[in-house]
Every structure is written in C-alpha cells, then in structure tokens.
Design a protein around this ligand. Structure first.
Ligand code: AP5
Length: 219
C-alpha cells in the first residue's frame, strides 16, 4: 500500500483547494497550501507576512528563496509522515528541483500528481465569484457553491470575505504568471507514470469523484 504524497497542479481557480480539502478529509492527510500559509502570515502581521503582502496582492510570485524556507519548515512537521497534499508548491522549475531534493533526503517520494485542467475564462469567472471563510478557510462560490445563508460561513457563521488578489485584472496577471512559470513545471512532471490529468471544468462532485477514483489506484 502506497502513502498519498500528492502534488496538485492547475491554474488559479482550477479547484485545487476545493478538491484538496475533500481528499484531506477522506484520507486524513494534511492539505499544505502555500497560498494559505502566506495569507496567514500576512493576516498575523509576521515578518514573512510584511515581506510578501504586496507580492501576493499583485499576483506575482514570492521568491524561490523565501518559498524554500517556508516549505522546508512545513515538511519538517511530523504530520507529513502519514502523507500530504502539496497545493501551490512547486510553482517554478527551481522550486521543483528543491522539492525533489528535500523529499529524497526525507526518503518520502511523491506518489501521485493531479493536474486539474481548466480554461482561462472559466477560472476568471470562478475566482471573481469566490468567497472564503476567514476563520475555517472553507471555500464558497456565489454562483456554484453558495453558502446556506447569504455571505455567512455554514460552519462558523462569520461573514465571508473576498481575497485581495481575486480582482479580475489581478486574476488575469496570475494566469499569465502561471502559464510562464508553472506550466513548464507541469511539463516536467508529465514524464512520471503517476501523473494524472483531470478535466477540472465539471461540477465539484464530478471532479472530486474522478480524483477519488484515481487515488483508489494508488493507496
Ligand atoms: P494560491 O493561493 O496558491 O493561489 P492559486 O494557485 O492562484 O490558486 P487559487 O487558490 O486561486 O485557486 P484554486 O485552484 O485553489 O481554486 P479554488 O478551489 O479556491 O497562491 C496565491 C499567491 O501566493 C500567488 O499568486 C503567489 O503570490 C503566492 N504563492 C503561493 N505559493 C507560491 C509559491 N510556491 N511560489 C511563489 N509564490 C507563491 O476554487 C476557485 C473557485 O471556484 C471557488 O469559488 C470554488 O468554490 C469554485 N470551484 C472550484 N471547483 C469548482 C468546480 N469544479 N465547479 C464550479 N466551481 C468550482
């Protein structure tokens, strides 16, 4: 039986966070989102948060050096022993090389790579209607995944918020950055025999089911 050491790829708004949370729940493995970690750092006002806030707001990438410290620290935590989902890392070829080295040193190789394929217009529509619970991180969508009570988290009851980088012009910049910097990383991983492309444009239920089916073949 293989551990689930997973990488999730796809453009901004492809549904990586949404599907990763389902996988995390089902298989009881941590969902490691570097975007969430950076946003938490900004919200806490830490030194890291102060350094990255304007970069996040502009849709550009944080430097590989900073990200290496962030990911090394996170992967040194004991909970990754049972498996993990990396969402948002690696995002550049140097980050992919660093990750290979870290996991080799840990003797904990990647066992599955999920690439959610979605076109630009779909992701722009999804992201500009995304809302998030600032307390528990649950992801909503005012068109496709509405909360039970308008603008309130189903779990915490607090007001939902919109991410600062979810404005249409920033989303288009993030998509451009993704095509330039991250798409080559996906090409790099396509040679692995545990690389799976999933059509991410179906409903959340359909995409989740397809990903679960793939993972059943790994565990
Ligand atoms: P990050 O947080 O990683 O953002 P991203 O990759 O742009 O991805 P998103 O979180 O926007 O989208 P998602 O695919 O998770 O979609 P979601 O599930 O929410 O990074 C943010 C920033 O941090 C970067 O720009 C960069 O500055 C920095 N950063 C992070 N990591 C870095 C790194 N390694 N190196 C350098 N910088 C880094 O879904 C989107 C919406 O669609 C939601 O409303 C959801 O409800 C809805 N939805 C999802 N799936 C479906 C579906 N199947 N059908 C209908 N609606 C759906």
């Amino acid at each position: 039986m293989s551990k689930l050491n997973l990488l999730f790829f796809g453009p901004p708004g492809a549904g990586k966070g949404t599907i990763a949370k389902e996988v995390s729940k089902k298989y009881d493995i941590p969902h490691i989102s570097t975007g969430d970690m950076l946003r938490d750092a900004v919200a806490s006002g830490s030194e890291l948060g102060k350094r990255v806030k304007s970069i996040l707001d502009s849709g550009q990438l944080v430097s590989d050096e900073i990200m290496l410290d962030v990911i090394k620290d996170r992967l040194s935590k004991p909970d990754v022993e049972k498996g993990f989902i990396l969402d948002g890392y690696p995002r550049t070829l140097p980050q992919a090389e660093s990750l290979e080295k870290i996991l080799k040193d840990m003797n904990n190789p990647i066992t599955g790579i999920i690439y959610l394929e979605v076109d630009e217009e779909t992701v722009v529509k999804r992201i500009t209607s995304r809302r998030i619970c600032p307390k528990c991180g649950k992801i909503y969508n005012i068109i496709t995944l509405k909360p039970k009570v308008e603008n309130k988290c189903d779990i915490c009851g607090v007001d939902l918020i919109q991410r600062d980088d979810d404005k249409e012009d920033v989303v288009r910049d993030r998509y451009k950055v993704y095509m330039e910097k991250t798409y080559p990383v996906i090409e790099f991983y396509k040679k692995y025999n545990h690389f799976f492309t999933v059509n991410g444009s179906g409903t959340v239920e359909i995409v989740t089911k397809e990903v679960f089916n793939i993972l059943e073949g790994i565990v």
